[in-house]
Write a protein that binds this ligand. Structure first.
Ligand SMILES: Cc1cc2nc3c(=O)[nH]c(=O)nc-3n(C[C@H](O)[C@H](O)[C@H](O)COP(=O)(O)OP(=O)(O)OC[C@H]3O[C@@H](n4cnc5c(N)ncnc54)[C@H](O)[C@@H]3O)c2cc1C
Length: 343
């Protein structure tokens, strides 16, 4: 079998000169693989100033290649794919790892075509003793596949959060600049439109997931719906804790059914079998029943608490560590009060 040569493609974020967290996580994946196969590691950097970006890799025992220029400040298909192709050609790699970032996901398939390689995306681990085996989830996290390929070059996009970000100490590697011949750039990226930070309720890096269930908009003990109060309590909790907001399917579906809704929730917040499988160390479910199609989305959440009025809910049947049988309106109002005192 031909020895493998590993290349990790990395990039900076728009704001700064350092490599993104997902790039540094992919460097760890590449280093681990190169160490295991006892093969050299090459890092490729896309940046306005790749010399400055290489400072994010102190003490890394690797050959470091970089492309530099204003064209790489913002993600742009034509420039990015040409740069990645130049880096791949310079490295002559057989296995190319890149972060599953929107920037790399956009160009990686085109890159695979240009270098006559294969690509697999959303990779969650790299294993195997002889051949390289990679894993990914399919069919909404219900099936985990193990994939191996003989085609080279083989591009693998590595999911965020599956490796620790590379953290080196002493020493700075020498960077070799790679020349890129850019095609005529017809697209001019003038900026990004994103919701205001306060309106951004999905926070993948948050320590805690707060799940809102349909109970928040159901009739309460007084026979009334209190959707307005529910919205205020939830937003206040999120603002005080910086938790990420998840939802059950029933709650996000309600808008379409003409029932009371929480205006800041969308299907993007849905956790579960047909929703997301977020990765936060802790989770708190509120006014949610904890049915299996919802709870499968909690696969990666280790510490689980729930607040429900129903002592027979799914959470109480072994799906949470602690279940508070209580009125979530009262509990969250009290918690918010205590958090306000602490601030
Ligand atoms: C194919 C398929 C795929 C699905 N995929 C998903 C998915 O991806 N994600 C998902 O979430 N669901 C999914 N579902 C739906 C899932 O089975 C449940 O119907 C859904 O999770 C129920 O949402 P809920 O718990 O918020 O609502 P409900 O079942 O209505 O539960 C509301 C809970 O709130 C409690 N409650 C009410 N008021 C209060 C209060 N004041 N304080 C405390 N508790 C209170 C009630 O006791 C009740 O337990 C799927 C279903 C199918 C068939």
């Amino acid at each position: 079998m031909m020895p493998e040569a590993i290349l990790v493609l990395t990039h900076t974020d728009e704001a700064g000169s350092s490599l993104t967290k997902s790039s540094l996580e992919t460097v760890t994946a590449g280093k681990t693989l190169a160490d295991r196969l006892e093969t050299p590691l090459v890092i490729g950097i896309l940046a306005t100033d790749s010399n400055a970006a290489a400072k994010s890799l102190p003490g890394l025992n690797a050959r470091i290649l970089g492309v530099s220029g204003e064209a790489f400040e913002k993600p742009q298909y034509a420039a990015d794919v040409a740069a990645c192709e130049a880096l791949c050609n310079a490295a002559q790699a057989t296995v190319i790892l890149a972060p599953q970032s929107s920037r790399m996901a956009r160009v990686a398939a085109g890159l695979a075509h240009r270098i006559s390689g294969s690509i697999d995306t959303h990779i969650t681990s790299i294993q195997g003793d002889e051949a390289i085996e990679v894993t990914r989830w399919l069919y909404r996290q219900r099936i985990e596949a193990t994939i191996t390929r003989s085609v080279r070059p083989w591009i693998l996009l590595i999911e965020g959060g599956v490796c620790a970000a590379y953290e080196g100490h002493e020493g700075e590697g020498e960077l070799e600049q790679v020349a890129v011949e850019l095609p005529e750039l017809r697209t001019n990226v003038i900026g990004t439109r994103a919701p205001a930070h306060s309106g951004q309720t999905i926070r993948p890096d948050a320590k805690m997931l707060f799940v809102a269930g349909a109970g928040w908009t159901k009739k309460q003990a007084d026979g009334q719906v209190h959707a307005g109060e529910a919205g205020e309590l939830i937003l206040s909790f999120l603002q005080k804790t910086s938790a990420s907001l998840g939802s059950s399917k029933s709650l996000v579906d309600q808008g379409g059914d003409g029932q009371p809704v929480l205006p800041f929730l969308s299907h993007m917040n849905q956790v579960g079998q047909t929703g997301a499988t977020p990765r936060h160390p802790k989770g708190l479910a509120t006014c949610c029943h904890g049915e299996e199609p919802h709870v499968v989305g909690w696969r990666f959440i280790t510490e689980r608490r729930a607040i429900s009025l129903d002592p027979n809910c799914g959470w109480a049947r072994g799906k949470a560590d602690v279940v508070y049988i209580a009125d979530a309106f009262k509990v969250i109002a009290k918690v918010n009060e205590l958090l306000a005192l602490k601030a």
